[in-house]
Design a protein around this ligand. Structure first.
Ligand code: PEP
Ligand code: MG
Length: 589
């Protein structure tokens, strides 16, 4: 039995599938027989051709869109992909050792890394980062879809046992391609409650546990494993007793989920009739449709970076407009808050140039990156304004830190409106603009910000990591990234009170907006707009339907008196049990 961090609730028993990445360090995987060697070499060659043609496109488009110096890096990458010596090494490992192409690639990369480690110069170390980039690109064409079927010996689409992914970490690119597969659980070594694995799991409503050290060396594809997302436990090759008791829990969990979703057409109101808005966080069109199915009343956060992540270059204005329009048309009540690009941190795209930063979450990410690419930013603002004609659309700016940044962004929006008007291009004339409060500096200066924005959305995932100075994806410090803590609730109260005083609409769109114990407190602090992964909407509707304002205010008042996270957790666990013991399974440990 392994203990990790519970990042998405629920219980599932299934068969493991290991998603290996080119950066993995586990045992190399061999092919089932030498007869498979020619096909594996062909797969490798295909991955090389595809990578080379992607890079050729980059060299051309990036030079055009961002300038020639940004494109230089891809010329180097192209040379690495086309390097015959590297290709020969990989081929030879497949032929002589029977290794899969991915394992062969891994071994060649490790060989290069070992020789680079002996070199001191920074310049050459930079080249290692380029090598890793290129190998990861080639590797991405060798992973995921096809091997799931081969490794399990059947297509999981019609297999009986649910598939549970086991990985060192889930990269953003993988999170997207995995999105279409029937996965029932996720276990990762890296990552915390807001990593890609967590967000993918939560958006699918499947259990997930992260921070499980050593799991990829212990688990083989095909092993039976149990994921307990309530307690953060993973059981590998369980005993019959464990299997039968967890299968029972799994059945109860799925039955409850099925029953809860029947509340989709009921209004979201508290036990004493207060109106609540339950909105969805979405990344793509499928999520927008899922939001309708669970009865969300709109989209509170559309993360546009997923469009950029699935692209080989900056999507142009027309394509963005069409994509946003499609999302709006599919979203509940055509109400969508579109967040501008939030890349950087753990989400990078090659075409904006790679920066090796010591602390990417504290560095060149989000709105900072948009400011540095004004033409790209303008294209996105224009596309959102144009899409604004097709529904009730708002534009949300991530990671605003200072009032100067807010003023700058407001000026850019005004300028785009003026240009569209002058060009005679139709756009929505009632697109509201809002600020994400996710940097403590902005939370502290909330009064000043409220004077110059239409609405607020609190990004608690980032706000927490910046308040406690602990990387949200680092399992070693995950215990500090705890929403149920005195510092977080004090800051949230300050922001919510300021919004109430000024009558500014405010939403919480971080993961805590879908977590029962946090929700009870947030409701008690006066929050009425919650935005969460669609899968959590039915649970939160049921929960808030079971509590009155007076009750929740009492809980919040008490929480603010408590001094430690442990006390808050224990107190709220008791209150959740009182309000609805049935829903406890939807909270995480
Ligand atoms: C947040 O920070 O809380 C948030 C909702 O945004 P993201 O998780 O995309 O950073
Ligand atoms: Mg954020």
């Amino acid at each position: 039995m392994h203990k990790g961090i519970s990042v998405s609730p629920g219980v599932v028993v299934g068969v493991a599938f290991r998603v290996d990445s080119v950066f993995g360090t586990g045992e190399p995987q061999t092919l089932a027989g030498p007869g498979l060697i020619p096909a594996e070499i062909e797969r490798f060659e295909h991955a090389i051709t595809t990578s080379a043609s992607e890079l050729e496109t980059f060299v051309f488009k990036v030079a055009q869109q961002l300038g020639p110096s940004e494109a230089e890096i891809f010329k180097t990458h192209l040379q690495i992909v086309n390097d015959h010596a590297m290709q020969a090494k990989v081929r030879s490992l497949i032929e002589t050792k029977n290794y899969t192409a991915l394992s062969a690639l891994q071994i060649v990369l490790q060989g290069y890394a070992a020789s680079f480690a002996r070199i001191e110069q920074d310049y050459l170390r930079e080249r290692l980062a380029d090598l890793r980039d290129v190998f990861s690109r080639i590797g991405s064409h060798l992973t995921v879809q096809a091997p799931v079927a081969t490794a399990l010996g059947h297509d999981p689409r019609d297999g009986e046992e649910p598939v549970i992914l086991v990985a060192t970490e889930i990269l953003p690119s993988q999170a997207m391609s995995l999105g279409s597969l029937p996965i029932a659980g996720i276990v990762t070594e890296a990552g915390g409650g807001t990593s890609h694995a967590a967000i993918l799991a939560r958006s699918r409503g499947i259990p997930a546990v992260s921070g499980v050290t050593g799991i990829t060396t212990e688990v083989r594809s095909g092993d039976t494993i149990i994921v307990d997302g309530r307690e953060g436990l993973v059981l590998v090759r369980p005993t019959n007793d464990e299997l039968s008791s967890y299968r029972k829990l799994q059945r109860e969990f799925f039955d409850l989920k099925d029953r809860l979703v029947l509340n989709r057409d009921q209004p979201a109101v508290s036990a004493d009739g207060a109106q609540i808005e339950l909105l969805a966080n979405i990344n793509n069109v499928a999520d927008a449709q899922a939001a309708v199915k669970v009865g969300a009343s709109g989209v509170g956060l559309f993360r546009t970076e997923y469009l950029f992540l699935s692209h080989t270059d900056v999507p142009d204005e027309e394509e963005q407009y069409q994509h946003y329009r499609q999302i709006i048309e599919d979203a509940p009540n055509r109400a969508v808050t579109i967040r501008t690009l939030d890349l950087g941190g753990d989400k990078t795209v090659a075409y904006l140039g790679r920066r090796d930063e010591a602390n990417p979450f504290m560095g060149w990410r989000s709105i900072r990156l948009s400011f540095e690419h004004p033409r790209m930013f303008e294209r996105q603002i224009r596309a959102i304004l144009r899409a604004g004609r097709h529904g009730k659309v708002s534009m949300l700016f991530p990671m605003i830190t200072t009032l100067e940044e807010l003023r700058h962004v407001n000026r850019l929006v005004e300028e785009s409106r003026r240009n569209l008007r002058r060009e005679g291009v139709p756009f929505g004339d009632d697109v509201k603009t809002g600020v994400m409060i996710e940097v403590p500096a902005a939370a502290i200066c909330i009064d000043a910000i409220l004077r110059e924005t239409d609405f607020i959305s609190i990004g608690s995932n980032d706000l927490i990591q910046y308040l406690v100075a602990a990387d949200r994806d680092n399992p070693k410090v995950a215990h500090l990234c705890e929403p149920l803590s005195p510092a977080i609730f004090r800051v949230l109260k300050m922001v919510l009170d300021a919004c109430q005083r000024t009558g500014t609409p405010v939403t919480v769109c971080g993961e805590m907006a879908g977590q029962p114990r946090s929700v009870l407190t947030l409701f008690g602090l006066g929050l009425r707009r919650f935005s969460m992964s669609p899968a959590f909407v039915p649970t939160i509707k049921a929960l808030l339907g079971a509590v009155t304002i007076a009750q929740a205010e009492r809980f919040a008042h008490q929480v603010l008196q408590l001094k430690t996270s442990e006390e808050i957790r224990a107190y709220l666990t008791g209150r959740l049990h009182e309000v609805s013991s049935l829903l406890e399974v939807f909270d995480s440990a």
